[in-house]
Design a protein around this ligand. Structure first.
Ligand SMILES: Cc1cc2nc3c(=O)[nH]c(=O)nc-3n(C[C@H](O)[C@H](O)[C@H](O)COP(=O)(O)O)c2cc1C
Length: 149
């Protein structure tokens, strides 16, 4: 079974989870890199605005084609109760290429349900989902059992 982990991470929380998943399922790993700057305070505000308006942005060229994989694990932080703009843009750009997907999301507190629903709307129904709080990822207070099987 060929697996790909594709993720966006602004402050390395979702990245930590992505790397853990990739290691455990022996997957290729793709970091989604936006051509828009979402760093810093201005970037935070821009991120919230772009997420709310479901803006589609340009992302850097991809290393891997999701079409080549049996399953793609897709990871995003929650932005304003939605999935992050870079991940939505990745899904839109690769429409029709996913055979099976599993979603993982991190958030400070809330917005998982709406964020995961939006990811499904932009791709296909996931086989599985994993929603973790920022602090749980930071403190290693999570398990991938059941999610990666
Ligand atoms: C623009 C923006 C909007 C956010 N909106 C939410 C939100 O609606 N709910 C929430 O719990 N956390 C929200 N957060 C916090 C992130 O989801 C959380 O810190 C996440 O774990 C960050 O992951 P990352 O380091 O992979 O980017 C937001 C963060 C940003 C930058």
């Amino acid at each position: 079974m060929k697996s790909l982990v594709a993720y966006y991470s602004r402050t390395n929380i979702t990245k930590k989870l992505a790397e853990d998943i990739a290691k455990n399922v022996d997957a290729d790993i793709e970091e989604i890199k936006p051509k828009v700057n979402y760093q810093g305070k201005i970037g935070y505000a821009r991120g919230g605005k772009d997420a709310i308006s479901e803006k589609i942005i340009d992302i850097e060229a991809l290393e891997f084609d999701p079409d080549d994989y049996d399953v793609v694990y897709i990871g995003s932080p929650v932005w304003a109760g939605k999935a992050s703009t870079p991940v939505i843009s990745y899904l839109k750009q690769n429409e029709g290429k996913f055979k099976n997907v599993k979603f993982f999301m991190t958030a400070g507190g809330r917005g998982f349900e709406t964020g995961l629903k939006q990811m499904e709307e932009y791709s296909i129904k996931p086989q599985n989902t994993l929603a973790l709080l920022t602090k749980e990822v930071k403190k290693n207070e999570y398990s991938l059992d059941g999610f990666i099987d």
